[in-house]
Design a protein around this ligand. Structure first.
Ligand SMILES: O=C(CO)[C@@H](O)[C@H](O)COP(=O)(O)O
Length: 224
């Protein structure tokens, strides 16, 4: 198993001082920055685009930036985000007309490709794509908003994906996103996740390092 990664979602950060927020959360021990892109079409909310990703790089952020595209169509934004400094880029398979092409565009742009599954998106999209994936992102809430509750059925879906990955022989990260908190992160890790996106659990607390330390303490209890 890979080392656990904690990825704060900027969706819950104070956008009026985003650079400082990202600096603070990285200084507090976060591993990677989760960057939620919403287009008010694929999801009913509107957030940020490549300019903001580029601004974080210009601000001096050197950590990996994990771009989650909640957009349709997908392909036009891939190169723009790669040029803006994205490290990982993931998208929802049902939002792409040509899944293999979209994955290849991410690879050709020099980024690490991922597929995102909503709570009810079928896993058959993994049938012919696993060999190209760097990560799989399971949404444990319906996408569009921070601060929602973790959908308990996601644990079963996580276990299914973990088994698929382990049986495939490919080295793929399994990321979870939505309602991740100190009090459920251990169960989520035990179901197979190795990368944890948390927005409100981190940014809604005054002391980011305390939350991240508490999450790591819970993760240290997982036997694997
Ligand atoms: O992509 C999304 C929501 O669509 C997430 O990244 C949320 O931003 C996670 O927020 P919390 O559930 O952790 O508050």
């Amino acid at each position: 198993m890979k080392p656990y990664l904690i990825a704060p979602s900027i969706l819950s950060a104070n956008f009026a001082k985003l650079g400082e927020e990202v600096d603070s959360v990285l200084a507090a021990g976060a591993d990677i920055v989760h960057f939620d892109v919403m287009d008010n079409h694929y999801v009913p909310n509107l957030t940020v685009g490549p300019l903001v990703c580029e601004a974080l790089r210009k601000h001096g952020v050197t950590a990996d930036i994990d771009v989650h595209l909640m957009v349709q169509p997908v392909d036009d934004l891939i190169k723009q985000f790669a040029d803006a400094g994205a490290s990982y880029i993931s998208f929802h398979p049902e939002a792409s007309q040509h899944l293999d092409r979209s994955l290849q565009l991410i690879i050709d742009s020099g980024c690490k490709p991922g597929l995102v599954f909503n709570p009810a998106t079928p896993l058959h999209y993994l049938d012919d794509t696993l060999h190209k994936l760097h990560h799989i992102l399971l949404m444990s809430v319906n996408p569009g908003f921070g601060g929602q509750s973790f959908i308990p059925q996601s644990l079963t879906k996580l276990q299914k994906i973990r088994t698929l990955i382990d049986n495939s022989g490919f080295d793929i990260r399994l990321e979870i996103d939505g309602g991740v908190k100190v009090d459920n992160i251990r169960a989520i890790a035990e179901a197979g996740a190795d990368m944890f996106v948390a927005g409100s659990a981190i940014f809604n607390q005054p002391n980011y390092s305390q939350v991240i330390d508490e999450m790591r303490a819970e993760l240290a209890k997982v036997s694997r």
